[in-house]
Design a protein around this ligand. Structure first.
Ligand code: ADP
Ligand code: MG
Length: 339
């Protein structure tokens, strides 16, 4: 009997990794926007066609890449963001796995253009299904443009599984909201099939929330501010009368990363206890800052779930801060005032 185990070729490994990282066009949007932010961009443009099925392009004015780095960025586990496992516990970037571009290039046609400010000329690369079609020196502005075309062109089952443009666009818009809310100081523009959906200047957090969710939102925001040794909270909750039947306005950001946490969500619900009608959910836009050493982000490929060292303490601080803010705005339940 001969041995039967072999190492998978890179393009196969990339395609398998892509299955985890890239579920739909919105996943590409998230990865490219995060790369732009990690590159210290101050202006980011998102251009999509056909809800991302034909094109997802992100153009940033960030630090760009050298000729060699531009090629390396498509290799698996190739990252400029961490060097050792210890770095995982002092992350100040969105990315660190070095998998996104490799994964995306395995299942789409990718055109990258990039230039650093110190270089006169930049680089253009075309990759299809992990194969480099061309790399040349190119005249291009400082920053990076990544265009992802024909997503899942080589995986018909995934392509057919995509939902209608309306549904896919909603997923993309959700990702855009999350990134734009986490970075109000960065200017964003978002175009779909040639029309501008969002044009967000660099602004403060309240302005950003109002810009995204509409002018009516302004009067409903109750500020929440708290600072303890383990947790800093800043942001807004919606007044109870503006609560919604959906959870579409519930946002937690931990160290500027959108996360889902049913447990912390419960802390907010607990603070709103007695203030909401049955079946209604509070709105919240809350930024939590914690020591990166006290969280583990590396438990899920899309990094929307994280593990906190001491969830119970965070829960208690959050609940009490929100309760306090609601009380200050005289919207505590009548009962509280009778004592
Ligand atoms: P990660 O973000 O986890 O490092 P990616 O596959 O998303 O992995 O990107 C690989 C590398 O390519 C990054 O570490 C970064 O050095 C470089 N890169 C990707 N996108 C950009 C960009 N928009 N601007 C500058 N560098 C980029
Ligand atoms: Mg990345």
């Amino acid at each position: 009997m001969t041995d039967i185990i072999q190492l998978l070729p890179d393009h196969v490994a990339n395609q398998i990794a892509a299955g985890e990282v890239v579920q739909r066009p919105a996943s590409v949007v998230k990865e490219l926007l995060e790369n732009a932010i990690d590159a210290s961009a101050t202006e980011v443009k998102l251009i999509i066609k056909d809800a991302g099925k034909t094109l997802v392009q992100v153009i940033d004015n960030g630090k760009g890449m050298s000729f060699t780095d531009a090629r390396l960025s498509f290799e698996r586990h190739a990252t400029s963001k961490i060097k050792s496992a210890e770095d995982l516990f002092q992350l100040n970037t969105k990315g660190f796995r070095g998998e996104a571009l490799a994964s995306i290039a395995a299942i789409a046609h990718v055109e990258l253009k990039t230039k650093r400010s110190e270089d006169e000329l930049g680089t253009a690369i075309e990759i299809e299904g992990s194969k480099v079609k061309s790399q040349e020196v190119s005249v291009t502005p400082t920053g990076t443009s990544v265009a992802v075309k024909n997503l899942f062109f080589n995986i018909p089952a995934r392509r057919n599984f995509l939902k209608s443009d309306t549904v896919e666009l909603r997923h993309i818009t959700d990702e855009f909201h999350r990134v734009a809310l986490a970075h109000p100081n960065i200017a964003f523009a978002f175009y779909h099939n040639g029309s501008e959906l969002f044009h967000l200047p660099s602004e403060n957090y309240r302005q950003r929330v109002v810009h995204i969710f509409g002018n009516k939102t302004n009067e409903k925001l109750v500020p929440v501010e708290e600072e303890t040794e383990v947790l800093k909270i800043s942001g807004f909750v919606g007044k109870p009368e503006y609560s919604k039947k959906t959870r579409s306005e519930q946002f937690f950001f931990v160290n500027q990363r959108f996360i889902k946490s049913p447990y912390l969500n419960h802390a907010i619900s607990a603070a709103f206890e007695g203030l909401l009608k049955d079946g209604y959910h509070p709105s919240y836009f809350l930024n939590l800052t914690v020591d990166p050493k006290t969280i583990d982000i590396n438990i899920h490929p899309t990094k929307t779930e994280i593990k906190f060292d001491d969830e119970h303490t965070l829960y208690a601080i959050l609940r009490s801060a929100v309760k306090h803010s609601l009380g200050q705005f005289n919207i505590a339940p009548v009962l509280d005032f009778e004592h």
